[in-house]
Write a protein that binds this ligand. Structure first.
Ligand code: TYD
Ligand code: MG
Length: 454
């Protein structure tokens, strides 16, 4: 028999508390506990694996992961090659960034492949089926094998999936669904978690590749955040500035592939276009010959991408100067400013510092430190960096330049795009010289700055 009791659940982190409190005891957010009627019925939790036999780990049979390539090369890159049957992917991002567009395009290219017998269902809770069809038509997509369903009731959705047994299901979005077993409103943490957990069970049991669209909260995390990330196999995240047409899809978690892999698109009137050579695109809008502008190479996932960093260091009128950055972490910038001051005597104490990674990319790796440092120094001293020079390396607190991962790939990418001078950590210097390319190894930031600035 099902028992009913009352619990309070945090709408931010999903944690429980047996009594109401002003502050969540788990994530310490305020005013986020809501009453929840919980049914502790055992029948809802069906086992995935029929037998619960113990087995020696060496005897476990491992089959190679089978994938359905979506034939959208950038999406396949972040997925690790394609959608995995039984795999559940969460794709998050700001409203209007292009989630629905990407998925309808991916479903079109997935189902129109004559070599694959694939059935797909697009379940929309947000838009009407007319709106979905209109978008597909406006984009001239071939979608003759794609089924659409407008539904937000979890039970009905599961019935359809179990009956049709499609290869791929898209749920747009997970926040619109509701389960009749819970009293809370659609979009609340308990609903989102319940719906995601039930659908994941259905996906695994029926070998369906499932994709959830998830909205982000104003803090930028996927609503019902932590809870969903644990449940699904893959988490993809859409990035991009509203004033730029570039859209980046990053894998944050992937049980079937590499993390931090980037898929790069540009939003056009004909939907999202894959950008196969992002370095060329990110550099095409640049003005290198200005003080404060430095080209570097970042390594996100398995792909090196060239990118321009711009620094503007200006005398501050305020007692506490501004530090603002787009695409770079503020903590790292504070560290680099401290290193500049301590080891080179270049102080920005009375200056505002603005930094921008051109193109709306978020950089999360330390291999661009040296370029950030040189960009700041270049703007502060109003001296340009030598033309056709690329800089990469990590900066240590002692002012030393440390090696970075995948140095060879970064050098190759720089050369491919026509850079003739590369300032790099000494430990990343290749053994062989490269024709027509000047490789300048450096051990510390002083040497780097001397080599970089005119
Ligand atoms: P959409 O995929 O609906 O975003 P999401 O599902 O993430 O909320 O994308 C909507 C935005 O994309 C909208 O502002 C218009 C723009 N867009 C284009 O610029 N070109 C297109 O071909 C399409 C379909 C959308
Ligand atoms: Mg949408």
């Amino acid at each position: 028999m099902a028992k009913s009791k009352t619990l309070y659940q945090c709408q931010q982190c999903g944690g429980h508390s047996s009594k109401w409190q002003g502050q969540c005891p788990h994530c310490f957010e305020w005013n986020c506990l809501e009453e929840q009627a919980v049914q502790t019925s055992t029948s809802r939790f069906k086992s995935l694996n029929k037998k619960s036999n113990l087995i020696n780990i060496n005897e476990v049979e491992i089959n190679e992961i089978f994938r359905h390539p979506t034939n959208n090369s950038e999406l396949d890159r972040v997925l690790g090659g394609g959608l995995v049957p039984g795999g559940v992917t969460l794709i998050g991002g700001d409203p209007g960034i292009g989630k629905s567009t990407l998925l309808i395009q991916a479903l079109s290219s997935l189902t129109k492949n004559p070599n694959q017998e694939i059935t797909a269902i697009y379940i929309t809770g947000e838009e009407s089926i007319e709106q979905v069809a209109m978008r597909a038509r406006r984009l001239d997509l071939e979608v003759s094998d794609l089924l659409v369903l407008s539904e937000i009731n979890l039970g009905n959705i599961i019935t359809v999936i179990e009956k049709e047994k499609p290869s791929v299901v898209v749920i747009d979005s997970i926040q619109t669904l509701f389960s009749e077993e819970l009293n809370s409103a659609p979009g609340s943490v308990s609903q989102v978690r319940e719906c995601a957990a039930q659908l994941t069970r259905v996906a695994k049991a029926n070998d369906v590749s499932m994709i959830f669209v998830g909205h982000v909260t104003k803090e930028g995390s996927i609503a019902g955040p932590r809870v969903l990330e644990h449940i699904v196999d893959t988490v993809l995240y859409f990035e991009g500035e509203s004033n730029s047409s570039y859209r980046l899809v990053r894998s944050i978690k992937n049980r079937y592939g590499a993390v931090n892999e980037l898929g790069i698109y540009s939003m056009t009137e004909k939907g999202l276009k894959e950008i196969l050579n992002p370095s060329a695109i990110f550099l095409s809008e640049t003005s290198f010959d200005q003080a404060g502008s430095v080209v570097t190479v970042m390594q996100e996932g398995t792909r090196p991408i060239l990118i321009e960093l711009q620094a503007l260091v200006d005398e501050s009128k305020q007692s506490s100067p501004k530090r603002l950055s787009v695409g770079l972490e503020n903590n790292r910038i504070s560290m680099i400013l401290a290193v500049l001051n301590k080891h080179l005597g270049l102080s920005c104490h009375s200056h505002d510092v603005f930094l921008n990674a051109v193109g709306g990319v978020k950089i999360s790796e330390p291999g661009v430190d040296l370029a950030v440092l040189i960009a700041i120094a270049s703007s502060l001293q109003e001296k340009q960096v030598h033309s056709k020079t690329l800089i990469f390396g990590e900066v240590g607190l002692g002012g030393e330049v440390r090696p970075v991962v995948r140095g060879q790939e970064r050098i190759q990418e720089a050369i491919k795009l026509g850079f003739k001078r590369i300032i790099l950590p000494r430990k990343n210097l290749p053994k062989k010289t490269i024709d027509d390319v000047e490789l300048i190894p450096v051990d510390n930031i002083k040497n780097a700055l001397n080599a970089a600035i005119k």
